[in-house]
Design a protein around this ligand. Structure first.
Ligand SMILES: C[S@@+](CC[C@H](N)C(=O)[O-])C[C@H]1O[C@@H](n2cnc3c(N)ncnc32)[C@H](O)[C@@H]1O
Length: 307
């Protein structure tokens, strides 16, 4: 049963998703660097999460806070041992995609079918898989996606949940995700995902230190790009970076449980360097510079640090 309050939220989000679709069709959609409540979502991660998380053992009682984005952040943490993950995102549609569509696809499709959902050149097969996933969803998400497809079809388009996605990273997403490495790993992951809890809160990264409690691990991905592309467009990228570093330090102080526990954040392309913060060592706060763009975690170099 969907409560009246939840129904209202879903209808509002649905109307906004439809408006976004129409804006995209009219070539008036938000650019991929603009972040707002309703925005195209990433189908799959563009980070090499399998590589990044390989050295990290996650005790099952760990509290984790991560950006939701494509869902691959919480999914990779869960495959590495987490059972409880809080997520946030500025984009409300990430919830419907990652926790509705993608989580259901992972729980209901075989390994081969899951890869086909993204890879298949056979449109009919992909559509059948998509419809099967939508029918298998929890009621609230099913209501959103069924209605979305119905309205878009009535507008005269071939409707798909992927209409609203950023799909430029389809080619190698399966090696970037630790839960997709092979069929055996995938099957074990399905069980872990079933037993895990993922919460979502619609929030801006600037709200983390006030809206969220404390965690063993906070993962910010490249959400700090927001500082450069939205919040501080009138100052130099270097100044915006320093502001972003200030916020990262505040989040570390307020949201990370114990000194020495983990917090990751990297600042994306367009700053002087990509910067990856990893204040892990005995309460010492260190910053690492990664010289190239994605996957920035390969070949980390310890830098002088900004604090
Ligand atoms: C920066 S994007 C890039 C994709 C990401 N690297 C991945 O692997 O999925 C990550 C997500 O951060 C979200 N995001 C960006 N700026 C944000 C902000 N200021 N607060 C909260 N979420 C933000 C976007 O909506 C998007 O879903």
């Amino acid at each position: 049963m969907i409560t009246e309050q939840r129904k209202k939220i879903i209808i509002n989000d649905l109307n906004e998703a439809i408006k976004l679709f129409q804006r995209i069709k009219n070539d008036d959609g938000p650019g991929s660097a603009e972040y707002c409540d309703y925005h195209p979502f990433y189908e799959n991660t563009n980070e090499h999460l399998a590589h990044l998380l390989r050295p990290i053992t996650i005790p099952s009682d760990s509290k984790i806070l991560t950006v939701l984005a494509s869902g691959d952040q919480p999914f990779n943490f869960i495959n590495n041992g987490a059972t409880y993950v809080d997520t946030f995102d500025i984009n409300k549609l990430t919830e419907y995609y990652a926790l509705g569509f993608k989580r259901t696809a992972l729980l209901s499709l075989s390994y081969e079918q899951y890869l086909s959902l993204f890879f298949s050149n056979d449109n009919e097969e992909a559509e059948q898989l998509e419809n099967y996933v939508i029918e298998s969803m929890p009621e609230d998400y099913k209501c959103f996606w069924k209605e979305y497809k119905y309205v878009i079809k009535n507008l005269g388009y071939k409707a798909s949940a992927f209409d609203l996605s950023i799909d430029d990273i389809r080619d190698d997403y399966y090696i970037k995700n630790n839960y997709l490495l092979n069929e055996k790993v995938y099957k074990e992951f399905q069980q872990k995902l079933l037993n895990a809890k993922i919460n979502f809160t619609h929030a801006n990264v600037t709200d983390l230190s006030t809206k969220f409690s404390q965690y063993n691990l906070v993962y910010l991905s490249n959400v700090m790009d927001y500082y450069k592309t939205v919040l501080y467009t009138d100052v130099s990228p270097q100044e915006a970076l320093l502001k972003a570093v200030e916020l990262t330090k505040e989040i570390y102080a307020k949201n990370v449980l114990n000194p020495g526990e983990l917090m990751f954040s990297f600042f994306g392309t367009g700053y002087a360097n990509e910067v990856f913060i990893d204040p892990t060592v005995e309460g010492e706060k260190r910053m690492y510079y990664a010289p190239y763009t994605y996957p920035s975690h390969r070949g980390l170099k310890k830098g002088k640090g900004l604090w």
